[in-house]
Design a protein around this ligand. Structure first.
Ligand code: MN
Length: 301
């Protein structure tokens, strides 16, 4: 399964989510579906709410994954079908484990800070855990390590002797890395993990490759060290994990293995069935409808 050290540069593509929030999506890409269990990476903004309008993503379902929300600036108010209502702030981690089924909404609070900037990832759940009961975890504090001029926040897994408290179902690493510049470090890695770095702001050299914002570099596996260099102020994410156990099937907000599972989720969500529950209190519109996958359009609905 392991592919050995390699370098592959992927430019995230610009899209809009909700009512007008600009994002760049790096995963999944035609060039790469996953990095360890990480199967989705949206770079939200940076945007000014004056121009983009507030973030409004109406109630929608998920299966088979964890959403990992990490903000740099601004706030998001999260509601879910478990009854959770949580304001997400920079430096705090929110992990929603969909397990078999959950639904949630995301909105800018009112009033909100003028700027919005963050990341939302999805982590695929392995077969042994993808049907667990849904749960939501908020982590107000995470381990921080300063080394070589870099400031690391350990959001998932373990690095530099610190371990994230985040609930995890697969060997995973997630680091937020920020520097004011003049930083250099050879970061120890696990040879059995595959890794990627994604640039948020500024410019840094990762594994010898100079990255600009919205570039993802896939680093493969088989490395025991990674050279990090940054002359200027910059911020990037390093993600990784054990190569995933199997290919996954993703459609809209569902992660599964078989087309039949996706079809069942689409039909149940659109019919208001299937144990996705209900999100209460979202005041900016209706629940979202699941699009029908193109590969079943010829079938009777
Ligand atoms: Mn979602």
């Amino acid at each position: 399964m392991t592919s050995g050290p390699e370098l592959q540069i992927i430019e995230a593509r610009a899209e809009i989510v909700g009512d007008g929030m600009p994002i760049h999506r790096a995963l999944p890409s035609r060039l790469r579906r996953m990095v360890g269990p990480w199967c989705f990476l949206d770079h939200i903004g940076p945007a000014t709410l004056d121009q983009s309008g507030p973030l409004h993503v109406g109630p929608h379902p998920h299966t088979g994954l964890q959403t990992v929300t990490w903000l740099i600036e601004g706030e998001i108010f999260h509601r879910d079908s478990l009854g959770t209502e949580q304001l997400i702030r920079p430096g705090q981690l929110n992990v929603m484990t969909s397990g078999r089924a959950i639904s949630h909404s995301e909105e800018s609070p009112n009033p909100a800070s003028p700027n919005m900037h963050g990341v939302q990832f999805w982590i695929a759940l392995p077969d042994a855990s993808r049907h667990v009961e849904p749960m939501f975890d908020h982590y107000a504090q995470l381990p921080i390590v300063d080394r070589g001029g870099f400031h690391f926040t350990v959001i998932e897994g373990e690095a530099l002797g610190e371990r994230s408290p985040a609930r995890s179902f697969w060997p995973t690493l997630g680091l937020d890395v920020v520097t004011a510049g003049g930083a250099a470090l050879d970061l120890p890695l696990r040879e059995d993990f595959e890794y990627a770095a994604f640039m948020l702001t500024g410019s840094a050299e990762v594994g010898g490759e100079t990255l600009a914002p919205n570039a993802l570099v896939y680093l493969g596996s088989g490395r025991n060290v990674l050279a990090l260099r940054s002359e200027k102020p910059s911020r990037f994410m390093l993600i990784g994990g054990k190569p995933f156990e199997s290919p996954i099937l993703m459609w809209w907000n569902f992660v599964a293995r078989e087309k039949a599972e996706i079809l069942k989720s689409v039909r149940e969500w659109n019919a208001g069935e299937g144990g996705f529950g209900e999100v209460h209190g979202y005041a900016y519109g209706q629940r979202l409808s699941a699009p029908v996958p193109p590969w079943i359009e010829h079938e009777p609905q």
